[in-house]
Design a protein around this ligand. Structure first.
Ligand code: APR
Length: 179
């Protein structure tokens, strides 16, 4: 019987988490950027960008689609893997792209399982540059993870790692009301 998976909410910097994989809120180019993408590339070092260039060449010549996810090496990070995903830009969809936001979480868990990682940390995907309010995004993110975990039995621990009060409060409230 697979041990029940744990979902928790942590206040902190995702680049410093002691987990097998961290999820990057990337853009489709995978060439880095600001926000958590910038922090992860800065901490992982040049090997991460090189791995992303390889992914673009081999798998995604037109860029990683919104909602898709792909794992690469973690470079100099404590985490062995970075799982890059692209969240929806709030203003591009009538409903903000909620299905794509859920897909980004589900596909990131599929990649976590595929690479054999048992612990994974998510940032607040789309809650910065891409314009989602964390109070709206958190319930979607948590529900998507809860539902998907049944399909990925080797994923034992999922942490949402939030660096600011707004997101931390939103995810804490959402996980409490989801129980
Ligand atoms: N650890 C954890 N969370 C972080 C960190 C960090 N080190 N740095 C930033 N964050 C938080 C932000 O405060 C926000 O709540 O990550 C959340 C996601 O914000 P963004 O990084 O702006 O990501 P997103 O809204 O998905 O926009 C993606 O931004 O950085 C660019 O290249 C990226 O074009 C892409 C776009």
């Amino acid at each position: 019987m697979a041990q029940a998976s744990v979902i928790d909410v942590v206040r902190g910097d995702i680049t410093q988490q002691d987990v097998d994989a961290i999820v990057n809120a990337a853009n489709s180019s995978l060439m880095g950027g600001g926000g958590v993408d910038g922090a992860i590339h800065a901490a992982a070092g040049p090997a991460l960008l090189q791995a992303c260039k390889d992914v673009r060449r081999r798998l995604y010549p037109d860029g990683l689609p919104t909602g898709a996810a792909i794992a690469t090496t973690g470079g100099d990070l404590p985490a062995r893997f970075v799982i890059h995903t692209v969240g929806p830009k709030y203003w591009e969809y009538a409903d903000g792209g909620r299905e794509l936001l859920a897909a980004a979480h589900r596909n990131s868990l599929a990649e976590t399982q595929r690479v054999g990682a048992s612990s994974v940390a998510f940032p607040a995907i789309s809650c910065g540059v891409y314009g989602w309010n964390p109070r709206e995004a958190a319930p979607i993110a948590i529900e998507a993870v809860r539902t998907a975990l049944a399909d990925f039995p080797d994923v034992q621990r999922v942490s949402f790692v939030l660096i600011n009060d707004d997101a931390f409060d939103a995810f804490t409230r959402a996980i409490e009301s989801a129980d």
